[in-house]
Design a protein around this ligand. Structure first.
Ligand SMILES: Nc1ncnc2c1ncn2[C@@H]1O[C@H](COP(=O)(O)OP(=O)(O)OP(=O)(O)O)[C@@H](O)[C@H]1O
Length: 588
């Protein structure tokens, strides 16, 4: 398709007039930058206003080098490399600020909004060297005909769009959608989302810089507007108009709007901005998803009316057994998890104090206690090294230190959340494939049709009937099936220590029994160490090998089910808390 598009551009260059081609070269290069905005915003959820700056960096690299060092094949190569390197370095700084552990989604938008303002000021303060507010012009550049520039710009756009298309249709594209939809779940599946978002940001910056370099070579003029915040915002508007998250929409939207703007500014010099503004407002109000999705829906409807409905079956993956990995230190009898003096406080409020306990492979330890005892907080401290205020936690003898969740997963922790936490828009098979990302590296160019699952995950999928629903979007599953899917996703990580926060909440009796059977098998047969927060004490009694009782942030009892159920302390705690379903009641 890219080759066809390039051939079409070559054909068009023979029939279009010079004026149209002049305008279209600029529009096509702007569309390349809009494509990068679409990937960052439409696919990854990073609303960026700063792509203009990377375009401007590429353009100014060419302008400055050609102006001050003259034009030659050597300086042309130098300018291209310099533009890309500077854009990538600036993007790396922005990405570090925007995506570091703990940064909110708003950071990226605010920082990319500030970036063009800072870049414009830098150009203004460059004096005659940067041309200040007038920019640089009159430098020698490539001696190409307008037809050649048109085909070059069109080819760049065709290649960039095709590459984006291939990536978005690959395993990596599915991962990008998962990060946008549920970044927290991705992190707890061991996926370094900040690193991946930074990588996408750097690649987008480099592509924008290349487009800027070609623009400067063609126009032989660079101006501060190219790096500015107005252009950065226009790119976002063009993407919204075309239909973000559609690749072709933003490309077509940018070319149409920029080309039409050029026409209107010639025909109606005093009111053209008003006309464009009104069209923007009308489209955003009437078509919030942009042009292309509406056009696509209309074409599908027409196709159905004409009896051309497609009868393709949804592509689904086949489950295969994951290659067995040699279990490190399998013979070692050291605790799977060791917790020493763990404390957590929120401001001056202590929530956990001096928690000490250990659990070994094959144990199923239930954490019980009244509401607010600190059970979920303890789970959080185990799964994220930055959560606790004091103490140490070791997994398989290795301290988690201050590691973020994705690095804790690499040490062998798998966490299932209280509310089923899956990727609603992805199918069951895709959710499980995302869960395997850390182990089975996703391809950048193809979509895998195999779903490699380790034995425990495959058994959960089979016993809960999820294997019959692999092509079903997760949002259409029942509550119980979602819980089972999340459990299978966590097991797909091949963890050593499994953290489960109320896995039976909201499940029917039959579903509870099913999950209970699965968990005991996982502990006894697969030798997993399972820590379970649970309120249903009948369930706890049936499946646990040990029970740990938390009360007001302290560990008050650690013993067998019988010891805990018969304990006076526990009866008093629950009687005091007025907790429904206390061990005392359960013991009766
Ligand atoms: N982000 C927070 N800021 C302030 N206090 C918090 C925060 N998160 C939890 N807490 C407090 O910490 C205490 C322990 O909460 P936690 O959720 O760990 O209890 P729990 O034992 O899991 O309770 P439940 O059984 O109701 O889930 C509670 O008093 C809660 O209000």
């Amino acid at each position: 398709m890219a080759a066809l598009a390039i051939a079409a551009f070559a054909g068009a260059s023979q029939v279009l007039d010079t004026y149209s081609m002049n305008v279209l070269v600029r529009s096509l290069l702007y569309a390349v930058v809009a494509l990068t905005v679409d990937i960052l915003w439409g696919y990854l959820g990073i609303l960026t206003f700063g792509q203009s700056t990377f375009f401007g960096i590429g353009a100014y690299a060419a302008g400055l080098v050609f102006m001050h060092l003259g034009f030659s094949p050597g300086t042309a190569a130098l300018a291209l490399v310099a533009g890309i390197v500077i854009a990538v370095v600036v993007a790396a700084v922005v990405a570090w600020l925007a995506f570091w552990h703990g940064a909110s989604e708003l950071y990226a938008s605010v920082i990319t909004l500030v970036l063009p303002i800072v870049a414009t000021q830098v150009i203004f303060s460059g004096g005659t060297w940067t041309g200040s507010s007038s920019g640089l012009s009159g430098f020698e550049t490539f001696d190409l005909s307008i037809e050649a520039w048109f085909v070059l710009a069109g080819s760049l756009l065709a290649v960039a769009t095709a590459a984006a298309w291939v990536v978005m249709a690959s395993d990596a594209g599915r991962l990008i959608v998962a990060i946008r939809e549920n970044e927290q779940r991705c992190k707890y599946l061991g996926i370094g989302t900040a690193r991946l978002k930074s990588l996408a940001f750097l690649v987008s910056a480099a592509i924008a810089a290349i487009a800027g370099y070609v623009f400067a070579g063609y126009a032989a003029v660079v101006a501060p507007e190219l790096v500015g915040f107005v252009f950065g915002t226009e790119l976002v508007i063009w993407v919204a108009l075309g239909g973000r998250g559609t690749l072709l929409g933003p490309v077509i939207g940018t070319v149409l709007v920029d080309y039409e703007s050029a026409q209107l500014s010639g025909d109606y010099p005093f009111v053209w901005k008003l006309i464009i503004g009104l069209v923007f407002v009308a489209v955003i109000v009437a078509l919030p998803r942009g042009f292309l999705p509406i056009l696509g829906d209309g074409l599908k409807r027409l196709g159905r009316l004409a009896g051309l409905g497609r009868t393709t079956t949804a592509r689904t993956a086949t489950i295969v057994a994951a290659a067995r990995r040699t279990a490190a230190a399998a013979a070692d009898d050291s605790p799977a998890i060791r917790i020493r003096g763990v404390a957590k406080h929120f401001g001056s409020l202590p929530v956990l104090r001096g928690i000490d306990f250990e659990a070994r492979a094959g144990e199923l330890v239930s954490l019980v206690g009244p509401n607010g005892a600190g059970k979920t907080t303890l789970m959080r401290c185990i799964a994220d090294g930055s959560e606790r205020s004091g103490g140490t936690i070791e997994i398989g003898g290795v301290s988690i230190g201050r590691l973020p969740p994705e690095r804790c997963v690499a040490l062998g922790i798998g966490r299932k959340f209280q509310m089923a936490n899956v990727f609603d828009s992805l199918t069951v098979a895709e959710c499980l494939q995302i869960a395997r990302t850390r182990i089975d590296r996703p391809s950048l160019v193809r979509r895998s049709t195999e779903l490699a699952l380790p034995g425990p995950a495959a058994r959960v999928v089979a016993t809960t009937g999820l294997d019959q629903r692999l092509a079903t979007p997760a949002r259409l599953l029942s509550h119980g099936q979602k819980q089972a899917l999340e459990l299978a996703m966590v097991l797909a990580l091949e963890p050593k220590v499994l953290l489960l926060d109320e896995p039976t909440a909201g499940l029917s009796k039959a579903e509870r029994m099913l999950i209970g059977g699965i968990l005991t098998d996982l502990a006894t047969q697969e030798r997993l160490c399972i820590l379970l927060v649970e309120h249903d004490l009948d369930f706890v009694r049936e499946i646990s090998s040990r029970v740990v009782v938390l009360h007001q942030g302290r560990l008050v009892l650690d013993g067998t089910v019988e010891e805990v159920v018969g304990s006076e302390t526990v009866k008093q705690i629950y009687a005091g808390a007025g907790h429904h379903g206390a061990p005392a009641e359960a013991a009766r």
